[in-house]
Design a protein around this ligand. Structure first.
Ligand SMILES: Cc1cc2nc3c(=O)[nH]c(=O)nc-3n(C[C@H](O)[C@H](O)[C@H](O)COP(=O)(O)OP(=O)(O)OC[C@H]3O[C@@H](n4cnc5c(N)ncnc54)[C@H](O)[C@@H]3O)c2cc1C
Length: 433
């Protein structure tokens, strides 16, 4: 099993046979975007929807090669993990601006699926899960926040036997059922967006075209193996795959691995037992279990591993074992596929967006810290604001200081393991454990 270029549930069930050429010319554009994941393609589409049509996306491999084609497909509320961590950086007005956009990601996905007629298996129904009193309190406070942001949605706090009505696992004693959130086939979603961007708005995408060298200035020049793009603005949207091409961005994130699997298709009675609402679920601990029932009756189960950072040798059996803690009645069920990949994390677990210190036409968005599906939709809008007249959300989010992660290149396993342990301890304080 390779984590370098994995076969995933998404690659075997993709519905769009969509491929773009590699760049073989010297071309010009208003905006060049490096990276064809959810951040890059969402921003390209967002700009196109706002009338900025001269946008080029360069993808080093194929669309969805990174986290965007490997993740759990969970459509969740929020932007960063804990708003509390950035409260002092952005002040009350900034916090309000961020809070106001923090639960709009799911509605952007739903609107675009409808607008562009995208075949991406969107399914409503999410459960945030807990197993003790501290977590119960946290879920109750989330219920108040999300309900005030989305008064028309069914967002209900559950405890005791009611939890079993949405998820068939005895591990949980409390839950927040959010029917505005849910799940999606992320690769089909991404490809549907790409198709809309190129076919309806005349956008240009090049695959198998890594950016090899970038020269900043009033006009930015991105050089590739066989061509170049000259543009007024650039967006770095390379997720965990940025590497050292842009040192100022490289030093403020660290890669942590997460893993995913799908079972063989399950009979209806087991699906009913796992989740009568066919929902998507995650517990609220830092090292989460997350899973969902897919369109073909498979259980997709994932986790970001263990306290110690390592890649298990036998990923299928590792994930099967973890899954059985939650659903012991699935012991005879086989795992069809397992895969994984790196997620770039920041020290405050909040995404980083802004422009480079010395170059105000060099934009970036990175550091979703394992939670990028819905946030990338919201952040694409904030980046598009930043590229035009700005907004309160842009001011707030781009003002959050970015801290260097020391030791990331030479001691990644150690730094990640220490980080996970610290985060686990901190989770008691904030009611996530
Ligand atoms: C196993 C796993 C499970 C996850 N589960 C969830 C989940 O359930 N819910 C959730 O919200 N988030 C989840 N995430 C996180 C989420 O997938 C990411 O935050 C999100 O996809 C990031 O999108 P992105 O576009 O920023 O980066 P990516 O999707 O990684 O895209 C970056 C792209 O940039 C390209 N690139 C890099 N360098 C260059 C270059 N020099 N030139 C050209 N192209 C380049 C790469 O090839 C890649 O395609 C998960 C991540 C993983 C790995």
């Amino acid at each position: 099993m390779s984590l370098e270029n994995p076969s995933t549930y998404y690659t075997i069930t993709r519905k769009y046979d969509l491929h773009y050429p590699d760049l073989e010319d010297d071309i010009e554009a208003d905006v060049v975007i490096i990276g064809g994941g959810l951040t890059g393609i969402n921003t390209a589409l967002e700009l196109a929807e706002r009338g900025v049509n001269d946008v080029v996306v360069l993808e080093g491999n194929y669309l969805g090669f990174g986290g965007s084609g490997r993740n759990g497909g969970h459509v969740m509320a929020g932007i960063g993990h804990d708003l509390e961590k950035i409260e002092k950086d952005v002040g009350p007005d900034g916090l309000e601006a961020i809070l106001n956009i923090s639960d709009v990601g799911a509605s952007i996905i739903k609107k675009r699926i409808q607008k562009y007629n995208i075949d991406a298996d969107f399914q409503h129904g999410y459960g945030y899960l807990g197993f003790n009193k501290r977590q119960a309190k946290t879920l109750q406070s989330w219920q108040r926040t999300f309900s005030s942001l989305n008064p028309d949605q069914e967002i209900v706090y559950l405890e005791g036997n009611d939890v079993q009505n949405i998820v068939g696992s005895e591990r949980y004693t409390c839950a927040l059922k959010h029917m505005g959130n849910g799940q999606v086939h992320v690769l089909n979603l991404l490809l549907g967006y790409a198709k809309a961007f190129t076919d309806l708005y005349g956008g240009r995408i090049y695959e198998n075209t890594p950016a090899l060298e970038v020269e900043y200035g009033e006009k930015i020049v991105v050089r590739t193996a066989k061509g170049s793009v000259k543009a007024n603005k650039i967006l770095w949207a390379c997720g965990a795959f940025l590497d050292k091409l842009e040192p100022e961005l490289h030093k403020t994130t660290i890669n942590v691995y997460a893993f995913n699997s799908v079972s063989k298709p399950l009979p209806n009675h087991l699906i009913e037992q796992i989740s009568a609402i066919r929902g998507a679920f995650s517990d609220i601990t830092p090292i989460i279990d997350y899973y969902r029932v897919t369109n073909e009756n498979r259980l997709m189960y994932g986790t970001c591993g263990m306290l110690l950072e390592y890649v298990p040798n036998d990923l299928k059996s590792f994930l099967h074992g973890k899954m059985l803690r939650l659903f012991p009645y699935l012991k005879d069920i086989k795992i069809d596929l397992a895969w994984g990949g790196p997620m770039e994390c920041t020290l405050n677990f909040f995404p980083q967006i802004g422009t480079l210190t010395e170059h105000k036409n060099v934009f970036f968005a990175q550091g979703y810290s394992g939670f990028g599906v819905t946030p990338s939709h919201v952040i694409a809008g904030v980046i598009a604001d930043g590229m035009s007249n700005g907004s309160k959300a842009w001011d707030a989010m781009s003002s959050i200081p970015r801290k260097q992660v020391y030791g990331k290149d030479n001691f990644r396993h150690l730094v990640c393991s220490l980080g996970k342990i610290t985060q686990q301890i901190d989770a008691y304080r904030v009611g996530r454990r």
